[in-house]
Design a protein around this ligand. Structure first.
Ligand code: IMP
Length: 178
């Protein structure tokens, strides 16, 4: 275990097993329909996307978007697009891939942006859900794991851009960020 990790919350084996289940559920939902374009939010969702797509038995495409909240502003949901999609989402079915839904602000704004671009249907799959921190009323359609209100790292999740490569989800030691 990494020295900055307090405890492992979800092991690599558990993540892989859950990704298989989610892949099956997603395949079933879109069976016989137009396959979705997976829109993954950089950078945190990359390891989860890589795992999940192996188990989706549909002719999907995927693309990336990078968004961040404006620094120095307290207005909620005010996000900046650092990298936009390369594909058109007009009249498309979209499955947004997230690492974690925390306050829900990112999810709410990105789904709004995708609908404004003409997406027909926007569903969400998130590896993690931290419902205790939610401030906007939004929920992912597919959730890997619901976790308590702790700061987690690994499997894409970072602290100051580090620890994304850990193969598990761990709780970051408080002394690292306090
Ligand atoms: P939201 O807009 O508050 O839902 O924030 C979502 C984003 O905050 C995620 O995509 C993560 O990048 C980041 N985030 C929230 N909680 C954590 C955490 O426990 N560890 C690492 N990043 C987090």
């Amino acid at each position: 275990m990494h020295q900055s990790v307090e405890k492992i919350l979800i092991t690599q084996e558990e993540i892989v097993a859950r990704a298989k289940e989610l892949g099956k559920e997603i395949s079933e939902l879109y069976q016989g329909k137009k396959p979705p374009i997976l829109v993954a939010l950089l950078k945190g969702s990359v390891p989860f996307l890589s795992e999940l797509i192996k188990y989706i038995e549909l002719d999907i495409e995927f693309d990336f978007m990078d968004v961040s909240s404006y620094e120095g502003t307290k207005s909620l949901g005010d996000i900046k697009i650092n990298k936009d999609l390369e594909c058109s989402v007009k009249d498309e079915t979209i499955l947004l891939v997230e690492d974690i839904v925390d306050t829900g602000c990112t999810l709410k704004e990105v789904t709004r942006i995708l609908r404004n671009k003409g997406a027909k249907d926007v569903k969400v799959v998130s590896l993690l859900d931290k419902p205790d921190r939610r401030i906007v009323d939004i929920r992912a359609d597919f959730i890997g794991f619901t976790i308590p209100d702790e700061f987690v790292i690994g499997f894409g999740l970072d602290y100051n851009q580090k620890y994304r490569n850990l193969p598990y989800i761990g709780v970051l030691k408080r002394e690292i960020y306090e």
